[in-house]
Unconditional design. Structure first.
Length: 309
């Protein structure tokens, strides 16, 4: 363990201890203290935990990269991107479960603190991170489409997939799917596992969209095809699979307790994992199959994407 990883581990442990102490003592804070001030103090502590967790994972992935070296199945650019995204996901997602564990131990009431890292909430740090992942995929798909167009190869589906991901980024940021809930609730079967009725609408739309993009996936090389399919399975497991289970959990009046928040947290992590794998697969495809350079010659400094000379 190098010094940076050790420092990250110390920061993480110190942050968890401080967060536990805060939750134990927060009940003694006068009600006159603004809720935002209490939340701000707690979120500052959680930010330290997130940095510590991200640092630990970043160091571990970095050591794996060096150990594998040229034998790694992923290209240098994909490894570099994956190390960053996995570290960020570990920091943001890990704090959610640390928060749940601490609040479960002290039987804490959620109404007093508005966590910045809550995966079950909207318009917070996890939402921004997921939106950024969608936008990253949008840009990568657009670059691939332009590169294929220049080579006079099929590119229309790549462009349309880029537009689709741009819409999903907007949907993630603005929660557009929730705006159709009143209409979707009138659909037959909008209860139980489909209490989140938007899953019915999106699930039906997924069928023709998936069929339309099958030729694109079949045209990929075997390695990229396997990665893209794996990313899709991960994402849909969270976005539709665990989503309907979580919807039933709430519909059955079990309530938004620790179990429900754990379930929704897992759902979000599956979605993030799918987006991370997809982004790394696209970067690797750009370098291996299309010949677009993503990193400088030293393999560390990011560059604007440009064709190899």
């Amino acid at each position: 363990m190098n010094s940076r990883t050790l420092l990250s581990a110390c920061l993480c442990c110190l942050g968890i201890f401080a967060a536990a102490c805060f939750l134990l003592l927060v009940g003694r804070i006068p009600e006159t203290v603004p809720r935002r001030a209490v939340s701000g103090a707690y979120n500052t502590i959680l930010l330290g935990v997130a940095v510590g967790l991200g640092g630990i994972v970043h160091g571990w992935v970095g050591r794996r990269r060096k150990r594998l070296g040229s034998s790694a199945r992923w290209g240098t650019a994909a490894q570099w991107l994956g190390q960053i995204l996995v570290s960020l996901a570990a920091g943001i997602g890990g704090v959610h479960f640390v928060d749940l564990a601490l609040k479960g131990l002290v039987a804490f009431e959620y109404q007093r603190v508005m966590p910045l890292f809550d995966l079950t909430a909207e318009r917070n740090l996890p939402t921004l991170f997921s939106t950024a992942l969608f936008l990253l995929s949008t840009c990568l798909l657009w670059v691939i489409a332009r590169a294929l167009e220049d080579r006079q190869k099929p590119w229309i589906r790549w462009s349309l997939l880029s537009v689709l991901f741009a819409f999903l980024a907007l949907d993630e940021l603005a929660s557009l799917h929730e705006s159709i809930e009143p209409l979707a609730d009138r659909l037959p079967g909008a209860s139980g596992f489909f209490a989140g009725a938007w899953t019915l609408v999106y699930g039906v739309l997924l069928i023709p969209i998936g069929v339309f993009f099958v030729p694109l996936v079949r045209g990929l090389d075997a390695t990229t095809r396997w990665r893209v399919v794996s990313a899709g399975i991960l994402f849909l497991t969270g976005a539709l699979g665990l989503e309907v289970v979580a919807a039933w959990y709430w519909w059955a009046d079990v309530g938004p307790n620790l179990g429900g928040r754990l379930l929704v947290g897992l759902k979000e992590l599956f979605e993030i994992a799918g987006l991370v794998v997809f982004s790394c697969a696209l970067v690797d495809y750009l370098e291996r199959e299309i010949g677009v350079r993503v990193l400088a010659a030293n393999g560390e400094t990011p560059l604007f994407m440009e064709p190899y000379e």
